[in-house]
Design a protein around this ligand. Structure first.
Ligand code: PHE
Ligand code: FE
Length: 290
């Protein structure tokens, strides 16, 4: 989401008015395709038994295991048949209203560049691996696909209400870093987790973070960190339930109530929390004193 400082205020040279650019698939070098393949293999090995059923199904039906950086046109064609979504390329982060407008119209904006070989484990800006491997499989799920459309519409409304900060937290703790309780156990579905070698284990298996049952208002009050693993993960019972509660709730009065209350710090436990795992916070503590 475009809440960073390095967002331009108009489309850069060569981009359309809606900020999209050609993906220019034929311009990727063999070395760039090799970076994708390396990242893909590493994650694909890790994710069975860790990623949600819906995510793994998406990976499969979209044929993302085909070697090389996916061609957005080919990918969009498959996705379009399943849920009506498309993937379009943008030069990097785009302004919030542009992001929401695309989303509300079933266009997922993806960076077309790929990280360098020395950035396999970490980079701040979303590249094609994060955007496509991380996000796109979930777009093949009809319920999640509808959730993101509703989120795009909700974003346009939040902008008018001056409540973007609160809505952005919902995106962060679901779309980017969400966990789901499946019959076989806890699973990851957030793109920031499934696209990260280290966090896909940390989020599920490490004793450090808190894992708390998802509650809409609680989540929208909670700060988050963009520089390291989360100290808090929120667990939804199902995608149906996530869609239901977000669509059925009118956010306007909720925003007002939230704005009148203090934010909740990243690692805090709130009085009404249903805590699934009390985190030791050892990881964050060791990092802070290192
Ligand atoms: N129901 C929300 C509103 O009233 C819109 C929304 C739906 C936001 C789904 C996020 C996800 O603004
Ligand atoms: Fe993302």
């Amino acid at each position: 989401m475009a809440d960073e400082t390095h967002v331009l205020d108009r489309p850069p040279e060569g981009a359309s008015a809606d900020w999209t650019i050609p993906q220019d698939w034929s311009h990727y070098t063999a070395a760039e395709h090799a970076v994708w393949d390396m990242l893909f293999e590493r994650q694909a090995r890790l994710l069975p038994g860790r990623a949600s059923e819906a995510y793994l199904r998406g990976l499969d039906v979209l044929k993302l295991s085909k070697p090389g950086i996916p061609d957005f046109e080919e990918l969009s064609e498959r996705l379009m048949k399943l849920t009506g979504w498309q993937v379009v390329a943008v030069p990097g982060l785009v302004p919030d209203d542009v992001f929401f407008e695309h989303m509300a119209n079933r266009r997922f904006v993806a960076g077309n560049f790929i990280r360098r070989p020395d950035q396999l484990d970490y980079l701040q800006e979303p590249d094609v691996f994060h955007d496509v491997f991380g996000h796109v499989p979930m777009l093949a799920d009809p319920v999640f696909a509808d959730y993101l459309v509703a989120y795009g519409q909700g974003g346009q409304r939040a902008l008018e209400l001056g409540a973007l900060k609160h809505l952005a937290r919902l995106y962060w703790y679901t779309v980017e870093f969400g966990l789901i309780a499946e019959p076989e156990g806890l699973r990851i579905y957030g793109s920031g987790i499934v696209s990260s070698f280290a966090e896909s284990r940390f989020a599920l298996e490490d004793p450090s973070p808190n894992r708390i049952a998802f509650d809409l208002e609680r989540v929208m009050r909670t700060e988050y960190r963009i520089d390291d693993f989360q100290q808090n993960y929120f667990v939804i019972p199902s995608f149906d339930e996530l869609l239901r509660v977000t669509v059925e709730t009118d956010f306007a009065p909720l925003y007002e109530r939230i704005m009148a209350q203090p934010d909740i710090p990243v690692a805090a436990i709130a009085p009404d929390d249903l805590v699934l795992t009390y985190g030791s916070q050892d990881y964050a503590r060791e990092k802070a004193t290192a």
